[in-house]
Design a protein around this ligand. Structure first.
Ligand SMILES: [Zn+2]
Length: 576
C-alpha cells in the first residue's frame, strides 16, 4: 500500500500538497478504482483551474441523476472554501483511498454516496506561503483565505459574485446533497476541544431536517466521535475574547454562509471547525473521523436522512400558498443556558502595548468552566411569504441571480396587469466601507402598499411552490439581511434622475400653494420645526416638486419586485 500514502502522510503532516499534486493523486486513485472513485469538475476558476469534485459510490452512481435514483443519501463534504484551512483536503485523500484501493470501510458506501470537493477556493490555495494564517499551527505553508478577486467565498452564498460560487450553486442544485459538511479551521481562544461545530437551528430550517440533525449529530455521531478519542463542542463564539468565562453566543450564521444557505435549501448541514492550535495531524484525523462517524450513522439508518430532506421539500411546496411567515433576521436572546466548557487555565495581564488585557492560556492545566451560552435566537424581522413574486423584465440582474440559484420561474408572454403588493423604501443608509466588494445597505424603512402594476412581456413570475422558496424570499425581501437589495443589486431604485430648475420649481410651488392652503400650512410647519430645512432653498423648493406628478413618475424608492397573493397568482395563470 506504500503507493497510496498521501502527500501529507508522507511528510508526517508537516506539509499539504499543491493543487497539481492533489489532482495527480486523485487522478491516480480514480484510475486504480474506477468502480468506486470518479474525478470530475464542476467549473473553472478565474485563474483557469478546474474546480475538482470527487464522487465515491459503491455501484458507480457517479452522476447526480444516478445518485438520486439509487435512493442512497448524498453527502457533500467541502474542503478549502478558506484555502488555508485545508484539513478537509488531506482527510479526503486518505478517506477516498481507504474506501477504495485501501479496502477499508468500503461498507460506508452501502447507503451513502460521498461527493468530495477537495479544494473549493483553488486560486487562493495556490496563493500559498508560510505567512497566511498567523494563528494556526501548521502545515508549513498553506493557501490564502480569499479568492484571486479577494472575495471570501463563505460570505458569497446569496450574492454569488465569485465565478467559483456560481459554479458551486449549479453543482449544488444538480446534486441536491442531503447533507453538506463544510470543513474549516477556527481562530480564537485556546481550549481542549480538537473540533467545534455549528448547525443551523433557526426559523426557516424545516422541522424534519432540524429533527434529523439533532437526532443524528447530537445523539449519535458526535458522541461516537468523542469515543474515537476526540473532544468536540458547539462552535465557541466568545462574548469577550479577554475572558472565556463571560460566555459564548450562537454564531447564527445566515444565508451568506455555507450552513445558512443549506438551511434555506432544506438541507442538513454541519460547519466543522478544527482547532487551529492542535497539530495538523490531529486536525486531519479529527476531520477524517467525523466524516467516518457520519457515514457510519447514515449506513446504520438507511434512508432516514433522505426521508427528512424529501419531507422538507414537500412541506415547503405544500404550504406555498398559505401565507407562511418566516423569520429572516435574528439576534441572540439575553437569557443564556449554562454550558460546561473544557478549557485551560488562563491569566490576564495588562498589556503596555494595547492598553487592554492580554490573555495567555496554560494548555498544561485543563479547567472546566461553567459558562453562559447565549444559545437561543429570536427573530428581529419576519416576512409573510407570497404565493409568487414578479420580477419586471427591466431588472435582468435579479433574474440572472434567481437562475444561478436554480430557482424555477416562468416568463410572462405579454404585457400583464397585476393586482400586487409592493414595497416603498425610504431612509436608506449604506455602509461607508466596502464589504466583500459591495457597500451593504444596512438600514432602510419598508412600507407595503397594494397597487395595480403593468409589467412588460418577458417579466418573470416566480411561484413559491418550489423547494427553493426560502432562497427566493431571502434574495427578494428587502428585510432579509442577505437580500439582493441589501447587497446593492438595486441601488438605482433609490436614485432621483430628473430635477426641477429653481425658476420652474418656483412656479410649481406658487401654483400648488394657491390651489391647496393645507399644503401651505404643512410647509410652514416644516419651516418652523426644521431649521436646516428652513435654511436650504433647494430643499424648500423640492418640498413641492416631490409632491407633484413630475416627481411621482420617477418612482424613487419604489421596490420593483412585486408580491402576488394566491388570488392574484390565480388570475395571472387563468389569463395565460
Ligand atoms: Zn474558515
Amino acid at each position: 500500500m506504500s503507493d497510496w500514502i498521501t502527500p501529507a502522510e508522507r511528510s508526517g503532516f508537516r506539509t499539504t500538497p499543491s493543487y497539481a499534486e492533489t489532482r495527480a493523486y486523485l487522478g491516480r486513485l480514480a484510475a486504480a478504482a474506477p468502480r468506486t472513485i470518479h474525478l470530475t469538475r464542476f467549473g473553472v476558476s478565474p485563474e483557469g483551474r478546474d474546480l475538482m469534485l470527487v464522487v465515491a459510490a459503491k455501484d458507480g452512481e457517479f452522476t447526480p441523476d444516478a445518485a438520486r435514483a439509487s435512493g442512497k443519501d448524498i453527502v457533500l463534504v467541502q474542503a478549502g472554501i478558506h484555502a488555508g484551512e485545508i484539513e478537509g483536503k488531506d482527510a479526503g485523500l486518505m478517506l477516498l483511498r481507504d474506501l477504495s484501493v485501501g479496502g477499508k470501510d468500503a461498507k460506508l458506501l452501502d447507503h451513502a454516496i460521498l461527493v468530495w470537493l477537495p479544494i473549493f477556493n483553488v486560486d487562493g490555495h495556490e496563493n500559498s506561503g508560510p505567512y497566511n494564517r498567523i494563528n494556526q499551527n501548521g502545515p508549513d505553508e498553506m493557501g490564502f483565505r480569499a479568492t484571486a478577486q479577494n472575495l471570501n467565498l463563505n460570505r458569497d452564498y446569496t450574492k454569488a459574485d465569485a465565478p467559483e460560487m456560481r459554479d458551486w450553486l449549479a453543482m449544488f442544485d444538480a446534486w441536491r446533497p442531503d447533507l453538506f459538511m463544510d470543513i474549516h479551521t477556527t481562530d480564537g481562544a485556546d481550549y481542549q476541544y480538537d473540533l467545534t461545530w455549528y448547525m443551523e437551528s433557526w426559523g426557516p430550517l424545516q422541522p424534519a431536517v432540524k429533527a434529523w440533525q439533532d437526532k443524528a449529530f447530537k445523539q449519535s455521531i458526535l458522541p461516537a466521535f468523542d469515543k474515537m478519542g476526540h473532544l468536540q463542542s458547539p462552535y465557541l463564539d466568545l462574548v469577550d475574547h479577554r475572558d472565556i468565562t463571560k460566555g459564548v453566543g450562537n454564531f447564527g450564521s445566515g444565508p451568506r454562509f455555507s450552513t445558512g444557505y443549506a438551511a434555506l435549501r432544506n438541507r442538513a448541514a454541519l460547519l466543522v471547525e478544527t482547532h487551529m492550535l492542535k497539530p495538523y495531524a490531529v486536525r486531519v484525523r479529527a476531520t477524517y473521523d467525523l466524516v467516518v462517524a457520519t457515514l457510519d450513522y447514515i449506513n446504520a439508518h438507511p434512508g432516514e436522512l433522505r426521508k427528512a430532506t424529501a419531507e422538507a421539500d414537500a412541506d415547503t411546496i405544500a404550504h406555498a400558498n398559505d401565507g407562511v411567515e418566516i423569520p429572516v433576521a435574528f439576534k441572540t436572546t439575553d437569557k443564556p443556558v449554562t454550558m460546561s466548557l473544557k478549557g485551560y487555565a488562563f491569566t490576564q495581564q495588562k498589556s503596555e502595548i494595547s492598553g487592554d488585557t492580554w490573555v495567555t492560556y496554560d494548555p498544561k492545566t485543563p479547567r472546566t468552566y461553567e459558562i453562559p451560552f447565549y444559545r437561543d435566537l429570536v427573530a428581529t424581522a419576519s416576512v409573510r411569504l407570497p404565493a409568487a413574486y414578479v420580477v419586471p423584465s427591466g431588472w435582468p440582474q435579479l433574474v440572472d441571480k434567481l437562475a444561478q440559484h436554480g430557482i424555477r420561474f416562468e416568463r410572462l408572454a405579454g404585457n400583464t396587469s397585476l393586482d400586487a403588493e409592493r414595497y416603498r423604501l425610504t431612509k436608506p443608509v449604506w455602509d461607508g466601507q466596502p464589504f466583500e466588494g459591495r457597500h451593504l445597505l444596512k438600514d432602510v424603512s419598508i412600507a407595503s402598499e397594494r397597487a395595480t402594476v403593468d409589467v412588460p412581456a418577458g417579466s418573470v413570475l416566480v411561484p413559491m411552490d418550489q423547494p427553493g422558496a426560502y432562497v427566493v424570499a431571502n434574495l427578494l425581501e428587502p428585510a432579509a439581511p442577505d437580500s439582493l437589495l441589501r447587497w446593492g443589486f438595486l441601488d438605482t431604485c433609490f436614485e432621483q434622475k430628473e430635477y426641477a430648475d429653481a425658476r420652474v420649481a418656483e412656479h410649481l410651488a406658487q401654483d400648488a400653494i394657491a390651489k391647496d392652503p393645507a399644503l401651505k400650512a404643512e410647509f410652514d410647519a416644516r419651516v418652523a420645526a426644521d431649521p436646516a430645512f428652513a435654511k436650504n432653498p433647494s430643499a424648500r423648493l423640492a418640498y413641492f416638486y416631490e409632491r407633484s406628478p413630475w416627481f411621482a413618475t420617477q418612482q424613487v424608492g419604489v421596490y420593483p419586485v412585486l408580491r402576488l397573493d394566491a388570488a392574484a397568482l390565480g388570475k395571472v395563470r387563468a389569463a395565460r
